[in-house]
Design a protein around this ligand. Structure first.
Ligand code: CP
Length: 361
């Protein structure tokens, strides 16, 4: 355990340096930085009035680009900036803002008037940090997994860049999930069984959340069970990274095509739908494939097979499809805690990237 003074010292240290210039896969800055973020997030959560009074983000501006919709990410970042003395500008390309092009070398004779190259430079002259949400177009798995749009922003920006969810990763969700796992297991999630299970869904969804959830649990040293039907494999590079993390943290990673098997004796059931890599470029086929596995819904029997497990989901969630009301409304559901922790986790990230040391809490 760390004393309050230890935590403050860690927090001050992380606030005096800008150790990363991009938060894209959540591994930037290494495991120490990630651990510092968790400590700082807990400290801010426990001592909000002190941080609000200190205004560590006074005079700082976050410019955010939301190519796709959001409730939690947008609101939690706006709240984080406002409470700590900063300001957030939200831009939605194509909705009062020029449509944005990400493709390098493209002839821009379509309906998109602004290229990320110019936008990144311009926003860097107004803001201290830039965030962007740009989901997978779901057209080509390999192309999407290269995560070119967020990397182009990071390449052309002159200020730090934060992914607000890309095709491949959702690092801010993963940070909040890690904070939640620390909280529910009293600071010791390592060694606990963590089941990440695919669920059915009427549409094809991206793999950013399952990728980041898998990596986050492996980084915490948990015994990760990944369950999905055949054809829904996650990206091999992410699987290799998760295996490597499990080796280094003392955790483990096992794969099964049986949700019930994955839920036996588990301590956490994390549900998420994602599209099959076989159906990128054909979303109708993807929806049909999902429908073949319409029984992959987290329900009471899966929860009863575990060790009084916690239920997790990043939200938004399709009730009655991904999970039954009985499970999501049960006392073991920590979905609200996960969502609330988005704000605390992102406050820690913002303070670490931008904080004024002299006004740190
Ligand atoms: N979990 C999450 O990122 O929620 P939003 O899509 O509402 O931002």
């Amino acid at each position: 355990m760390h004393s309050h003074e230890d935590i403050d010292a860690q927090a001050a240290q992380s606030a005096t340096a800008a150790p990363i210039d991009a938060w894209i896969d959540g591994f930037e800055g290494g495991p120490e930085f990630f651990q510092e973020l968790l400590w700082l997030a807990s400290d801010i959560k426990s001592n909000l009035p002190r941080y609000v009074a200190a205004r560590p983000l006074a005079g700082k501006v976050l410019a955010s680009i939301f190519v796709n919709p959001s409730l939690r990410t947008r609101t939690s970042f706006e709240s984080a900036m406002a409470r700590l003395g900063g300001h957030m500008i939200t831009l939605m390309p194509g909705n009062g803002v020029w449509g944005m092009e990400f493709e390098p070398g493209v002839i821009m004779n379509g309906d998109k008037a602004e290229h990320i190259k110019e936008a990144a430079g311009v926003l860097s002259s107004y803001a201290d940090v830039i965030g962007m949400r740009a989901f997978s177009p779901m057209e080509d798995f390999a192309v999407d997994m290269a995560d070119a749009p967020i990397k182009a922003l990071a390449q052309h920006a002159k200020v730090p860049v934060i992914s607000l969810e890309s095709a491949c990763y959702h690092p801010c969700q993963a940070l909040a999930d890690a904070l939640t796992l620390h909280e529910v297991f009293d600071g010791a999630p390592q060694g606990k069984n963590f089941t990440l299970t695919w669920t059915t869904h009427p549409k094809m969804c991206g793999v950013a959340v399952p990728h980041s959830a898998l990596l986050s649990a492996a980084r915490l040293g948990m015994n990760v069970r990944l369950a999905h039907p055949k054809g829904y494999e996650l990206h091999p590079d992410v699987m290799a990274q998760a295996n490597h993390l499990a080796d280094t943290t003392g955790g483990s990673l096992t794969l099964t095509n049986d949700m019930d098997e994955a839920c036996k004796d588990t301590h956490v059931v994390y549900a998420k739908a994602w599209g099959s890599h076989l159906d990128y470029g054909n979303t109708a086929a993807g929806a049909e494939r999902n429908a073949q596995f319409g029984h992959w819904t987290v329900d009471t029997p899966q929860m009863e097979a575990g060790v009084d497990p916690y239920f997790m989901h990043c939200l938004p969630v399709r009730r009655g499809v991904v999970v039954t009301d009985a499970v999501i409304d049960s006392p073991r559901s920590v979905i609200q805690q996960q969502a609330a922790n988005r704000m605390w986790a992102q406050m820690a990230l913002l303070v670490s990237l931008l904080g004024n040391p002299q006004s740190h809490g």
